[in-house]
Design a protein around this ligand. Structure first.
Ligand code: R5P
Length: 294
């Protein structure tokens, strides 16, 4: 068995290789002068089970193409099986048609990987259950919340809050580990302008409370900043932000800090880093899951 970390992997591949007793396979890439990507496998993969490890950010499209080319190369050079571990699966939020004329982007990506030859796709906290519903046992979600819970071992947590109804199940998972109550917000997004409106699902008095606000992705920080302000106005004393995929576009981390968050804790599922954010390595947890399933 071989483990092949691709260019977006923040180090999860090494943990997987150690846990499975597998060797690391190098995959070389470089850019052609006109911008196309060149890729070559650095080793013999004949009859080998290869686990590719990729995180599709930054440059989601580039990282996706790299993954697709790697699968194609591995299959053409005789790999007996190729699986993919996606630390961050891009395009997972477009998991349905919201407006007439749109694609189901995540389905398009996953299906092309499967037609190229991927047997099974493991994805850390993939936004929703849509890929599992569409691909069945060929797609497996890995919980990204368990590694986050570690950061709150020493803290008193009264409540775990999801900034939208779609994240309730995620917040429930975290609330069970930290032994706290659960609450969610109602978030509506104007699908044309992207503008969001939020409110707590029920009126609660949060005076003096310590709250974890948990989301799968922080991109512009708009959702978390708005939710933090609402929790502050409801009286929360400490607001800890927990997020699985820290994309942090532009000055989003500053925006969140300024909204009143006491801490921002994220899994390191992508390579980029933002100032003032605490990062936890999801590698040991992901490797443990793979060791049980592969
Ligand atoms: C949306 O459904 C996701 O779960 C996140 O809440 C969203 O992607 C966060 O985006 P932003 O940081 O730009 O508000």
């Amino acid at each position: 068995m071989l483990v092949a970390p691709l260019s977006g992997d923040p180090g999860i591949g090494l943990h997987i290789a150690r846990a499975l007793g597998a060797e690391i396979l190098g995959i070389l890439t470089r850019d052609h002068p006109d911008g196309e990507l060149y890729l070559r496998i650095d080793g013999n993969v004949e009859e080998e089970h290869v686990i590719l490890v990729q995180s599709m950010y930054p440059s989601q499209d580039r990282k996706f193409v790299e993954t697709l080319l790697a699968v194609d190369a591995l299959k053409r050079h005789g790999a007996s099986r190729v699986d993919l571990v996606a630390g961050y699966l891009a395009y997972a939020r477009q998991d349905k048609i919201f407006l007439q004329g749109e694609p189901v982007s995540v389905d398009a990506l996953l299906r092309s990987l499967i037609s190229a030859g991927v047997e099974r796709i493991y994805a850390v906290e993939p936004h929703s259950r849509a890929p599992e519903a569409s691909l069945g046992s060929r797609f497996l979600s890995i919980d990204g919340v368990a590694p986050l819970a570690e950061a709150f071992r020493e803290d008193r947590v009264d409540l775990v809050v999801s900034p939208d109804a779609g994240g309730i199940e995620r917040a429930q998972r975290l609330s069970k580990i930290v032994k706290a109550g659960i609450q969610h917000m109602v978030k509506t997004r104007d699908r044309h302008t992207g503008e969001i409106q939020m409110r707590l699902a029920s009126d609660i008095d949060l005076r003096g409370a310590s709250v974890i606000l948990v989301d799968d992705i922080i991109s512009t920080g708009g959702t978390i900043a708005a939710a933090t302000r609402i929790l502050r106005s409801a009286g929360a004393e400490k607001i800890y932000v927990a997020c699985v995929h820290p994309l942090f576009v532009g000055d989003s981390h500053t925006r969140i800090k300024e909204s009143g968050a006491s801490r921002i804790v994220c899994c390191r599922t992508v390579k980029t880093r933002a100032e003032g954010v605490e990062y936890l390595d999801p590698g040991p947890h992901v490797a443990g899951v793979l060791a049980r399933l592969v």
